[in-house]
Write a protein that binds this ligand. Structure first.
Ligand code: PAF
Length: 319
């Protein structure tokens, strides 16, 4: 009798949980396992697995295993990558409207960022991907970007002639050229070696990226410029998205929303921790008065054809 009961209980559990996930989603990102985006993707994968009773399995591929960020986004269009979380670096080639969020000194603080990205402007920008074979899922966070170099940079003149790696992003490139640097667009995978070999002198990224990539080994100074907010955009292949049932889509959308809050909290926590660790590793951290940088970039928006004044006004009004 007892044996029969145990068998029945075992059978019931086995039937309730599919042994093998029906739907596998390959999700890639361009940073390492210490970055908040990686923690958020793991959290998201857990939520989706639980809520779909194991029917959907999100496989997380960190560290550019699925390619550089641009390659991952192309993979979304071809259907070789199901999900990618990337910076806005390569995204203007897919959705030029995003250019507005790349403007330096646009956002007042993180609350302003979240109000805009979680509101109508954020949804409208995510929807612009629809016609490009991509489904925009959520705005996660890479973080406020800061400069690193082999010297102190306290004013725009200190950038003069410096070979500064930027993402392959026209707004960022135009901004640093305007500040007097020589902007060198480069994929992330080449940056550490290029800094080490002197091919480039400086770069800019959030504290979390700077720490998890051990940039203190090739850069002595971190300037807290916070010159631009860097989102991480969670994107899905539209081909894959359209193959999911409405129930599966709603599990994924809900989990992505919850992971957004998780990710931003993790980002704030890790940023404080990693800043202390960068100092411990010998990096000189410089507080910068950003006024002259802001002044030099005041008319940048007007020179960028993809920035719609109406969108800019709405973002400014939410400050
Ligand atoms: O600088 C970049 O390219 C991005 O910030 C990175 C490091 C790939 C993270 O998205």
């Amino acid at each position: 009798m007892l044996r029969r009961l145990i068998c029945a209980a075992f059978l019931a559990t086995a039937l309730a949980q599919p042994a093998i996930a029906e739907t596998v989603i390959k999700a890639g990102h361009g940073t390492t396992t210490g970055h908040p985006t990686h923690f958020a993707l793991e959290h998201f994968a857990k939520l989706v697995g639980e809520r779909s009773n194991g029917d959907i399995k999100i496989e997380v591929y960190p560290d550019r295993q699925l390619g550089e960020e641009r390659e991952m986004v192309e993979g979304l269009q071809f259907g070789s990558v199901d999900m990618a979380v990337v910076s806005t670096g390569p995204l203007l080639a897919f959705s030029p409207d995003l250019a507005v969020v790349d403007l330096p000194f646009l956002f007042k603080d993180s609350d302003h960022v979240y109000r805009v990205l979680d509101g109508d402007v954020g949804s409208e920008l995510l929807q612009t991907f629809d016609s490009r074979g991509i489904h925009g899922l959520a705005w996660w966070e890479n973080g406020w970007r800061h400069l690193t170099a082999k010297k102190d940079i306290s004013k725009p003149e200190d950038l003069s002639g410096l070979k500064l790696r930027t993402m392959q992003n026209p707004v960022h490139m135009a901004a640093f050229e305007k500040l007097g640097a020589s902007a060198v667009p480069m994929v992330w995978g080449e940056v550490f070696t290029s800094l080490g070999q002197g091919v480039i002198d400086a770069q800019e990224n959030p504290i979390t990226v700077i720490y998890v990539n051990a940039l203190w080994e090739v850069q002595s100074h971190l300037m807290l410029t916070g010159h631009v907010y860097g989102p991480h955009v969670a994107l899905f292949s539209k081909m894959k998205w359209d193959s999911l049932t409405p129930e599966q889509q709603s599990i994924i959308s809900e989990a992505a929303k919850e992971a957004t809050t998780f990710q931003r909290e993790k980002s704030a926590e890790l940023e404080a921790d990693y800043l202390a660790k960068l100092k411990e590793n010998g990096m000189t951290v410089v507080e910068v008065d950003t006024t002259p940088f802001r002044d030099a970039l005041r008319d940048l928006a007007a020179s960028q054809q993809n920035i719609k004044p109406e969108m800019l006004e709405r973002i400014n009004a939410a400050a």
